[in-house]
Design a protein around this ligand. Structure first.
Ligand code: SF4
Length: 236
């Protein structure tokens, strides 16, 4: 099969492919993705619980895979500490931290202080979307840890998707995993994880925009809490 390209693959072709892959599990999807795209695929990892599972699975399939983290320079120190632990555990993986063009000080100067309060969409655009756009322009495809049960906006994600936002192919191996399965895998394999997960932070983004959630709350409830925002715009 010729390498899938966002510009040429049709919706029907992707539908057929997803039907063929329907019974596969996450590791088979990753094997398919690395066989198909070779070095032309990158995993954009947020180092959340799903990210840790995917990194471990990816290391079994392609120990030299490239993984990129969008370093907004506004993450919790626990997140940066976790990245160092993961780098030490998987020394052959190529883990890159991608920073925005503007430092936080430059952003303050250009847009005003605390843009995440005055215009979180603009802040995510500068610190996440543009850097990811730049990064993804180097590859045919990217991997994401989206799961269908995470939110209504993610309920219909397929293993292989047209990504209209970044004009790329987006591969999502964990679509069928539940939150409990993610944690069973982490515990079973004794993987490092963000210490904030033990303090009621199920989903972790920038420190300014992430709150803990009440017991039994929705896993993404703490992201941009008290605002209408539910996604940073990376997944549409
Ligand atoms: S999550 Fe918050 S701080 Fe981070 S880039 Fe988006 S708005 Fe800015």
């Amino acid at each position: 099969m010729a390498k899938l390209s966002y510009k040429t693959v049709t919706d029907d072709e992707l539908k057929n492919l997803n039907e063929q892959l329907a019974k596969k599990d996450a590791i088979d999807i990753l094997k398919w993705a690395y066989n198909h795209f070779g070095d032309d695929i990158v995993y954009a990892c947020s180092f959340g619980a799903e990210g840790i599972v995917l990194i471990d699975l990816i290391s079994k399939v392609n120990k030299n895979a490239t993984i990129v983290f969008l370093d907004t320079e506004l993450h919790f120190e626990e997140t940066y500490a976790l990245i160092e632990k993961v780098k030490a555990k998987y020394p052959t993986l190529n883990i890159e931290l991608k920073k925005p063009e503007l430092t936080v000080a430059e952003q303050n100067e250009q847009y005003g202080n605390e843009l995440w309060k005055t215009s979180p969409d603009q802040c995510c655009k500068v610190r996440k979307l543009k850097p990811l756009e730049e990064e993804l322009s180097k590859y045919q495809a990217w991997i994401s840890g989206l799961r269908r049960e995470q939110s209504e906006t993610r309920a219909h994600v397929q293993f292989v998707n047209h990504d209209n936002r970044f004009q790329s192919i987006k591969v999502c191996p964990l679509i069928h995993w539940s939150w409990d399965e993610i944690w069973m895998y982490i515990k079973l394999h004794q993987l490092p994880y963000n210490e904030l997960h033990d303090q009621n932070y199920p989903s972790i983004g920038c420190a300014n925009c992430t709150l803990p959630v009440a017991d039994g709350g929705d896993t993404r409830e703490g992201r941009w809490a008290n605002s209408g925002k539910v996604e940073c715009g990376l997944h549409q």
